[in-house]
Design a protein around this ligand. Structure first.
Ligand code: WT7
Length: 580
């Protein structure tokens, strides 16, 4: 290691140590996210500050102060103890955005249980896969979500002991281990002392999709909140007194890391909208709730853009001080629209489930270059690593990764390890985890370029994973469900470009002998997808093909399907693969 490299490493270490020193640590020792996010503020005399304002679909908002949040999360932690749920168990959540969901997540962290949030628009199959892989012992959900998504697969979830039902209807579920959450909360004590928590104890498991196989559970630990609070300040510019709105759902990593952990560790007030997207409603929230910092996503911004100026006519967005975006490419047109129509600079940020926290960003004060994701944040060093013509990582004679030679060259984003919020494992998949690292770098799988001033420009993903409305979808999961249909011999799933949501899921289907393409069959397959996978994952369109292109080893060549879809390849699909 050169002297410069050593200095760089020391300065990164110092940065993270200073960020750690700004947190309190537990009175009992160690570091616990829920203490830093909630109880600490009460200890420091800020218990009356609003932690959350929940905007219901209709009716008055529900406000929760840091003190109330502390008490309610303590009740939840006690309730887990009363149910004899041991520390280290995984608590899954499956519900729309509501106060109990957030209370359960933070309460489980207090009890040193891991939390694994599931997206409420998942169908039974994604729910089953994730809960089975995580050996979920506890599920916090609603009666209707349980009935639709869990009851059909409950017999395949042998580890699930307790189902804590938010709202009414627990008594209508005829299933083992069902409890009425409100009743248990009322009975349990509001005093709880968080036990000593090792900063390396598991805090969250976020499932994320890959090209092959079932979703991987990225394991994150309590120490991650060091990176969340630091980037909350340095990237989102969160300051005392801010009213902050993160539009991401806590069923995904952005909605927990930056919808819960980062803002609360910074002591600000979070707005949570329980309703679905609506352009007029959203502009109304920004103005009426006096939102000062807004973290949202390109799909949402493009939907606002599409709604036109009428949707914000008369709105005063002057109170919005800082806007950030994440999750998918932020097209330059959207940045320019924000400046022109809303008078707001939209700051793009880049990270992944695996990195746990923002790695590359347009930080406040940095001159925005529309189309660029910005520069690596403090404490983070990146490099772009070369790939060969076949898309494989290039190695030098000693077997080491090779950084790109010059500015503007395309390479895979690699991040120097370690940093506090880096995932610590993929649940049950050590080889897959190990394959993400080489020579002291974490390899992201994303391709990018860098200019002379260090700005990073996103090029694309290096794999077949689909990004639709900011959500990652694994083609293999979708293909597996379609293959359950008796008429389907082979299925290949890709993302097709869409101007609003980025990509839409499309399936190419080869039928078994004796079956012929028909509108009925197409409808049947679409319905199967929606029923088993849920609206967030199911294919939107189906194309029948006589033969799908396969590799010699029998794998679907999704790239060929994609090239065909984009009009880069003509002709009969069956002749495009490597098999005759
Ligand atoms: C993938 C990670 C972002 C955290 C929550 C989602 C894509 C992310 C950007 C951006 C272009 C982006 C990448 C990345 N992505 N941010 N600013 N510009 N693409 O995490 O579900 O693990 O998705 O989202 O492809 O690898 P995730």
């Amino acid at each position: 290691m050169s002297a410069v490299e050593r200095d760089d490493r020391q300065s990164r270490e110092r940065h993270w140590q200073e960020a750690r020193d700004r947190l309190d640590g537990l009175p009992a020792g160690g570091l616990n996210i829920a203490y830093e996010a909630v109880d600490r503020h009460v200890v420091h005399g800020d218990g009356d500050t609003l932690a959350f304002r929940f905007l219901g679909e209709d009716g008055p908002p529900e406000d929760i102060t840091y003190r109330q949040l502390s008490e309610r999360t303590s009740r939840f932690a006690n309730l887990l103890a009363d149910l004899a749920v041991p520390a280290g168990s995984l608590v899954f959540t499956l519900s729309g955005r509501n106060p109990d969901l957030y209370v359960a997540m933070l309460g489980a962290l207090k009890a040193c249980c891991g939390v694994s949030p599931l997206f409420s628009a998942f169908g039974p199959e994604p729910v089953r896969q994730r809960m089975a892989a995580g050996h979920g012992r506890v599920l916090v959900t609603t009666a209707s979500a349980y009935r639709q998504k869990v009851a059909p697969v409950r017999d395949q979830l042998p580890d699930l002991e307790h189902v804590l039902v938010i709202g009414a209807g627990a008594d209508t579920l005829d299933a083992p281990g069902v409890h009425d959450l409100a009743a248990l909360m009322e009975r349990s004590s509001k005093d709880y002392e968080i036990p000593r928590t090792d900063p390396e104890d598991i805090a969250f498991v976020h499932f994320t999709s890959g090209t092959t196989g079932m979703p991987k559970g990225a394991v994150h630990v309590h120490a991650a909140c060091v990176a969340h609070s630091a980037t909350g300040r340095s990237v989102l510019d969160l300051q005392r007194g801010d009213i902050y709105w993160c539009t991401a759902d806590p069923g995904w990593v952005t909605g927990t890391s930056y919808g819960l952990v980062a803002p609360l560790t910074c002591g600000v007030t979070c707005i949570v909208d329980e309703a679905e997207f609506d352009a007029v409603r959203w502009y109304g929230i920004l103005e009426d709730e006096h939102v000062s910092v807004w973290y949202t996503a390109p799909t949402a911004l493009r939907m606002l853009m599409k709604a036109g100026p009428a949707a914000h006519e008369g709105s005063d967005l002057g109170g919005v001080r800082h806007v950030c975006s994440v999750g998918e490419p932020l097209n330059p047109e959207v940045v320019l629209w924000g400046q022109r129509e809303l008078g707001l600079d939209i700051h793009d940020t880049w990270w992944q489930t695996e990195t746990g926290a923002i790695m590359i960003a347009n930080v406040p004060g940095l001159q925005i270059r529309p189309g660029s994701m910005g520069r690596p944040v403090a404490g983070i060093e990146i490099a772009l690593m070369q790939r060969d013509a076949g898309g494989e990582r290039l190695r030098d004679a000693e077997g080491r990764l090779v950084p790109v030679a010059g500015f503007g060259d395309e390479g895979e984003i690699a991040i120097r390890t370690p940093w506090p919020s880096l995932m610590r494992a993929y649940l049950g998949a050590p080889d897959r985890y190990a394959s993400c690292f080489a020579d002291g770098w974490y390899l992201s799988g994303d391709l990018a370029r860098r200019d002379e001033d260090g700005y990073v420009w996103f090029v694309g993903r290096g794999d077949d994973v689909i990004k639709s409305a900011g959500h990652l979808i694994g083609p293999f999961e979708v293909e597996s469900v379609l293959m359950e249909h008796p008429a389907v011999a082979e299925a290949g799933v890709i993302g097709v470009p869409d101007p609003t949501v980025g990509e839409l899921v499309k399936a190419f289907v080869e039928l078994k002998g004796g079956f012929a393409p028909s509108e009925d069959l197409r409808r049947d397959l679409i319905a199967l997808g929606r029923r088993r996978l849920g609206a967030a994952v199911a294919p939107r369109s189906i194309e029948f093909a006589a033969h799908l292109p396969l590799t010699q080893s029998g794998k679907i060549m999704r790239r060929v399907l994609k090239a065909r879809e984009l009009g880069l390849l003509e002709g009969d699909l069956s002749t495009l693969g490597s098999t005759p």
